[in-house]
Design a protein. Structure first.
Length: 313
């Protein structure tokens, strides 16, 4: 078996890693980038084992692998989970090849990533953001577009990729429903309210046609949201619109397009909507993803504490 070039591992580990890489490359046909990632993870693991007195996998136990993961505390939970996945594959291979008597990696679980609550605006902050996009009486086509865009994104919880791909035929203005194309080309119908309807109508009446006229090449007849040249609005442009509008609104917290989606879901939950309904509106495949929006806000937590704790006042 060809030895690994440039590796100072002992002969046993060299042979193991070479056979494993050949297995995932030739027999399983994994992509070259995936094989390279496995190689990086496995080499680091084997070097660590050697530095801790192991000449092969025979003496390795579950707690040994856990100790290796502990040594990676400077890495993110996601990176450590990836390295553990590589280690699992290596130990399963060694067991299948009768190089070890058991797969001691099986009981070792990946470290959990710390749960980060999503960035959410208050209802008042959302109002300030939308007003800053297009103040009352402003007839500038760009301002009308921005207000319509942000109103619709907040009203439907649309991802930025979904918002920019909306076509005229996806909108039912009288029925106040929009068809969104989600991940995996899955479509869903999402209702929107009167505020978004009025903003969209103002944009169609006094803004979109003007933007469409600015096109010097192909006219985007189908696209709803157009840029200053009359072409379909890009995802990057939406990011810039949200951040510039947030700055004009004087919002101090971090604001990006997904903030509107997070705020949409959180405000629905706080307003009494059940998680399953919000799951359908967001287009989540699993309700587990949606459940992060059931977090208790600091304001609600403080109010409950003051009401319940005997010495809170």
């Amino acid at each position: 078996m060809k030895k690994l070039a440039g590796s100072d591992l002992n002969a046993w580990f060299q042979e193991l890693v070479s056979r494993f890489l050949a297995h995932i490359n030739v027999e399983r046909g994994l992509a070259a980038s995936t094989v390279a990632a496995y190689e990086s993870d496995i080499l680091r693991y084997c070097h660590w084992l050697e530095s801790h007195g192991f000449d092969d996998l025979a003496g390795v136990e579950s707690h040994t692998i856990e100790e290796f993961l502990t040594s990676l505390q400077d890495e993110s939970a996601r990176s450590r989970a990836r390295r553990l996945a590589s280690i699992h594959e290596l130990h399963r291979f060694a067991f299948a090849e009768h190089l070890v008597e058991a797969d001691v990696s099986q009981p070792v679980k990946a470290p959990k990533a710390p749960e980060h609550l999503p960035d959410v605006l208050t209802i008042d902050e959302v109002s300030k953001l939308l007003e800053a996009a297009c103040p009352k009486g402003d007839d500038d086509p760009i301002a009308l577009r921005d207000r319509a865009l942000l109103e619709l994104m907040y009203a439907t919880g649309a991802r930025v990729s979904e918002a920019v791909t909306i076509d005229r035929e996806d909108l039912d203005m009288s029925g106040r429903v929009v068809r969104l194309m989600g991940k995996g080309s899955k479509q869903r119908l999402v209702p929107f309210g009167g505020y978004a309807q009025r903003a969209m109508q103002n944009y169609f009446d006094r803004g979109r046609d003007e933007l469409q006229k600015r096109s010097k090449t192909r006219i985007e007849m189908r696209a709803v949201f157009l840029n200053t040249r009359g072409h379909r609005l890009s995802r990057q442009s939406v990011w810039e619109i949200v951040q510039e509008t947030a700055a004009r609104a004087g919002l101090s917290r971090k604001t990006h397009p997904h903030t509107l989606r997070h705020s949409f879901a959180t405000h629905l939950i706080q307003g009494g909507a059940d998680v399953r309904t919000v799951q359908e509106l967001l287009g989540h495949a699993s309700v587990t993803t949606t459940q992060i929006y059931t977090h208790v806000s600091p304001e609600t937590l403080k109010e409950s504490y003051i009401m319940a704790h005997p010495r809170a006042r």
